[in-house]
Design a binder for this molecule. Structure first.
Ligand SMILES: [Zn+2]
Length: 326
């Protein structure tokens, strides 16, 4: 009998056959785990909207890092929660700022771990905005100077990658120049190039205690409805010397991730944000979904969409599950 159709099922006939033709894979090296370092003592607070994610003080960092290393995670992204906040976010760039202290500690005890330093001011400013505020405006050029100071302080402390997240215009150029001038020509910049003004950041603001005290971030973060704007942002950051491009959040923006992958020859990073994590956790706690299968499907979907790296709160679980599947 003449064949009238294609037999696609031939390549799905067994687990071994499916494994043979699998196009995308997850590895522990793909993940960057966000860490919240709390200035103080004896602190290990679970973030209520992010079960399994903890704010830790320095005295609990050793145990947290041992757990991270045991899971096989190779990179961490550091956020700081300082004891004191002020209008200019001084603790972001002070030599004894909490991220600098944690960076020096991790570099000394766990030298093989890649430290990505989030470079922003919102966790350190009393108004909770990502830059210098005048009246109800967030000033662009005045903010750059403080960002550069923060990046240089982080590099001095031993950060391997500087990740500016505040979406001020010119932030990559300013930080690149500042790092070079301070002698850190070899430190790459992982730019939050395409960062949308997203409702999915809600739980993070509890974790990092950096919610804006007035207004919102729509004058610097992008409109979720826009695609061409992502190209403009990414083109600028590439021209300014970025070494990585981040798209944030992940799940609702996988089309943008594919656009970035197809159009720019830099490693593309997804930030799989707190709200995405919280949704899966909440549904799993209700037994509405299978957490393990859902998370691994989501993460491999991000790689398929074009992500080379994924910043994710699921990193510990994902590494553990991948090991169990070996
Ligand atoms: Zn910020």
């Amino acid at each position: 009998m003449e064949q009238q159709f294609n037999r696609h099922r031939r390549l799905r006939s067994s687990a071994s056959m499916r494994s043979l033709v699998r196009e995308n894979h997850l590895r522990p090296e793909d993940f960057i785990y966000p860490l919240f370092i709390y200035e103080g003592e004896n602190i290990r607070n679970e973030v209520s909207s992010m079960p399994g994610v903890f704010q830790v003080s320095m005295d609990n960092l050793q145990a947290e890092m041992e757990e991270i290393v045991a899971h096989g995670i190779k990179s961490v992204l550091l956020f700081g929660i300082p004891k004191t906040k002020d209008a200019c976010g001084e603790q972001a760039y002070h030599d004894h700022g909490i991220v600098q202290v944690a960076t020096r500690y991790i570099k000394e005890k766990f030298p093989e771990i890649i430290i990505v330093a989030d470079t922003c001011l919102c966790e350190y400013t009393d108004h909770g905005h990502c830059g210098v505020v005048e009246g109800d405006k967030v000033l662009n050029d005045e903010s750059l100077e403080l960002l550069v100071r923060t990046a240089v302080a982080q590099a001095k402390a031993g950060a391997d990658i500087i990740a500016p997240s505040n979406m001020m215009d010119g932030f990559v150029t300013a930080i690149r120049a500042g790092l070079d001038e301070a002698g850190f020509t070899e430190i790459p910049v992982m730019s939050y190039a395409v960062k949308y003004a997203s409702a999915f950041y809600g739980p993070f603001r509890e974790a990092a205690e950096g919610a804006p005290q007035f207004g919102d971030r729509k004058t610097y973060q992008m409109d979720p409805a826009n695609r061409m704007e992502a190209f403009r942002e990414a083109e600028s950051d590439v021209a300014e010397g970025a070494d990585f491009l981040i798209v944030k959040p992940g799940m609702p923006y996988l089309d943008i991730v594919r656009d970035m992958k197809n159009n720019f020859n830099l490693p593309i990073v997804i930030y799989n944000v707190s709200g995405e994590y919280a949704m899966i956790k909440a549904a799993a706690q209700n037994d509405w979904i299978d957490e393990r299968k859902t998370v691994l499907e989501m993460l491999v979907g991000m790689k398929r969409a074009g992500a080379d790296l994924i910043i994710t709160y699921h990193a510990k679980d994902a590494c553990r599950w991948l090991k169990e599947e070996e």
